[in-house]
Design a protein around this ligand. Sequence first.
Ligand code: 7GP
Length: 829
Amino acid sequence: GPNGALEATHPLALAPVTGPASNVDGFVRQFLRNLNYERGVPLSASSPNDQYFAFAMTVRDYLMARWLEDLRRQRVTQSKSVCYLSAEYLLGRQLDNNLLASGLTDIATEAMAQCGIDIEELRAQEVEPGLGNGGLGRLAACFIDSLATMSVPNIGYGIRYEYGIFRQTFVDGQQVEQPDAWLELGSPWEFPHPEFAQTISFGGHTETYDDEGVTRSRWVPSWNVRAVPYNYMVPGYLNGRVNTLRLWSAQATNSFDLRVFNSGDYEEAVRAQTYAENISKVLYPEDSTPQGKELRLQQQYFFVAASIHDFLDHMVADDFGLENLADRVIFQLNDTHPVIAVPELMRVLVDEKKLEWDAAWAITQKCFAYTCHTLLPEALEVWSVELLGRLLPRHLEIIYRINEEFLLEVRERFGDDEIRLRDMSIIGEFPERSVRMAYLATVAGAKVNGVAELHSQLLRDKVLPDFNEFFPGKFTNVTNGITPRRFIRLANPELSELITSALGTGWLTDLERLRGLESYAEDPDFRAAFREVKAANKRVLSDVLRARDGFEVSDGHMLDVMVKRLHEYKRQMLKLLHIVTVYEGIVSGRVDAASVQPRTFIFGAKAAPGYAMAKRIIHLINAVGSVVNADERVQGRLKVLFPQNYNVTLAERLIPAADLSEQISLAGKEASGTGNMKFALNGALTIGTDDGANVEIRQLVGDDNFFLFGMAEPEVEALWARGYKPAEFYQHDESLRRAMDLIASGAFSGGDRSVFEPVVSNLLYDDRFMVLADYASYIEAQAKVDAAHADEDAWTRSAILNVARCGFFSSDRSMRDYIDRIWHTPPAF
Ligand code: 7GP
């Protein structure tokens, strides 16, 4: 049971010990103790990795008492917890964040100085856990930070991938993927708990049996794996709270067959082990497109089954009535990846706990809520009935029954409307029988939310309109947010200091207070200081890019930055057409290079390894970069930089240095975006379409402080309806034609016209994301950017107003919205 006798009665268990490192001497002593006793080395012989470990452990030790206390209180008080179920957590480096949260930064810096250790070198040792692909995974990391900071009981459940998102390198300008062996040297932040392992089953068949006169179903699986939990601390910012991130690692149940091994067939002996352990081996490097892979479904079921059982076994008191489970927990489904949790909870309640179906369904419908993160139809996950039935036969039966009862209700309400019934069925028939996971989540979830106003509205009215009609009040919006601790305080310490000098402390946990900066936008001294912060951040970035990529960032350039996954809908191609247009103007002699405002364009993006067009676009960006950067006619006024392996650590350096933020997706395609918020809060101006959270950013900062361009979503729809012919835009726009022709001519591929032909013809004859339709408007908006940037004071005023007016985008606010509209979990203790 959850209330262990020892911890409830032993006095030491109730009185948390103070951290041993709360002053410089204590820190030094604890650091040396960890170095000697945990790493087994003397200071004189320790490697930078040893020192990093001992240092991290010292921070850890400081947080430990609070963590143990919060774990205990979660069980003892039985107050409602948020279980965030997410296949991805894109955490970024932990050391600085944990130092900041514990208030130890100054003490630790001084302590290391006394030991003769450069703390910067220690920071550099940490390999960031890249356990996510992009926006969705980073959002999960921001959310758990905010929940801890707001003292909301939370467990983040996910997968401890042995290899995170691949490391990207460029070979001749083309992406090459390398495995991300982030655990090679171990991690000081994780705590394995093999004693709390869960057994997770797969395969087999189902059968019915007589249970004292009642006919019941049960699952007879054919193979098992062990799910071993690894705990990570999630400390709140200076509030003494530490929540838990619990990631599951797959292990074979009986590691290998000793008899086969002894007979000499070593490969066969470990085959089962390898198979089982593959489940948590590697993160799928997909973003927004599903990969119909069996292993992926195994991963999904593996982690949600382990999580549900973990919570029920260890967190719910024995006497807590299951009928009240929704008073103890809400399982938040981060997109459809964890949705198989729905039939799993039903299976537990009906087959194992022997509840009536209706009672179990009533509980289940209160315990789940679903967040959708996309609008791309191809990104809505489906699983073929064949696969699901083979891997999880009992779950398929349960899904069928959920669907049957749901469609009965639909029929009752709307009559025998066969088209509607087919459209709303959780089981789709074409091109093959499959389970529509978003529908299952919508039927089961107490609430369904999109991630920005526009996205939630399109979700309700365009993607799931029948469901909205059927479930009035189920659909809601929670606009995304970002944690200001990592993305302002840690990423931009200089700006943070400037803000504090104006507003005092407190804004980091109450970000709407940034409004107080509005009046400072009119103060010339403040503007000068603000510009100096930007300049200092550019110097930091310049050092980072020199060391990391061998790049030189030129002084006096506007930094124009586009960082996000490479995807056609995000339209890196549109950005590139702008660059080629300016370049073509110079080399054709129509534009005097000296009249061009100096700009450095920075890209950061990974393409999914199987996404050929995205990889070609990466190749093209690099190709354009090498030609433009080397062309003397440009006089150094245009530069294109594409550092490899864009990740959280690099984002933290790029964003604070940026002048211009590129948010140029086709309207109606980017669910929200969160990079857009990070840039605005760090004083970059946005050039963007009316898409995702851009809409809300523009509403808040005002039209004068935002460069809007392109079609709005209704215009996009209208153009599709009329029939979109991209070639017509090419024919009627000379500047576009020149840019496209230059690419087609082989100018960026050593004269070889074939290399980028697929990119060009895709734009001319298909262009699903209407790059050509928005080109003219984009070029016009870029001219306005140039004009605005020429007025330094006006630009700085706008930049300050962006910071002042974007406090809304704190993930603390997002969490408050989830709590008010979906979770109803008050902050506890
Ligand atoms: C992303 C969305 O593309 C982005 O617009 C949003 O800001 C972010 O989620 C957080 O809500 N989606 C994904 O990263 C993703 O993998 C799976 O979606 C369907």
